[in-house]
Design a protein around this ligand. Sequence first.
Ligand code: PMP
Length: 298
Amino acid sequence: MQVYVDGQFVPAEDARISVFDHGFLYGDGIFEGIRVYDGTIFRLQQHIQRLYNSAQCILLTIPLSPEDMRAAIVDTVARRGLPNQYVRVVVSRGAGDLGLDPRLCRRPSIVIIADTITLYAAHCYTNGLELVTVATRRTPTWALDPRIKSLNYLNNILAKLEAQQAGVLEAVMLNGEGYVAECTADNIFFVRQEQLCTPSTAAGALQGVTRDSVLDVAQALGLPTTEGFFTRYDLYTADECFITGTGAEIIPVVRIDGRTIGTGHPGPLTAQLRQGFETLCHRDGVRVSLHTTCAALA
Ligand code: PMP
């Protein structure tokens, strides 16, 4: 397996960045997680757009044009050779000195890793997940806009640990005002009276590519959608609930803070949306001609 590091493909075990890289020292950088389904890079354009928007917001000039970034991602996926992959693109501020000053980082580092991922066991998808609301809040918009997909995940990691300490796998994170924002690495949706609702980005949600895709699928199915400000009351009294993310895809939620959601089983609209999403995954993206050699599969 080869990893793209600053324009070169190197064996994974030799892939290195500097210990002076401010991505490592300070979390100064941005990233994307992207799926490949049957040789199609799902919504690559949307991921590249979000990456460059994040870069623009943190005053980081990516040393590749969006077209060259796209070509580098396609090349990495082609070399990996597997029909289904998870791709991590990281752009950090680059190597500087031990101070915070980003101007001393001469050139941002770019790493692209194409591998596989399994975040949750199969039974979570069939039986549904349990969530708990945790004390750690989502970063407020006035501190760091949640639409920036940055390398700063410490509060999300603390939230994940809190959920695990409570004996469940994922957490509901609220914003500073107590409105539901999202989960630690996933967006959250609920269905009430045949209406699909999800927290707006102004409430602290990342603008997830999966979230946007699910909203598109819902619109195509004629299901009304609302992006807004919701409290835990809205989750507790929902008919159905699910979470979405590139890694997790779509997972039904059947219990939150000890309350049973709907029937306590994955709901019919969730199933319909998952089916629509699956169809979209194989259709909407950039097709790659995979190098399916033994080396690529190693
Ligand atoms: N929220 C957060 C905090 C995330 O890190 C992610 C990505 N794992 C998501 C939501 C889901 O976004 P996407 O669908 O683009 O993967």
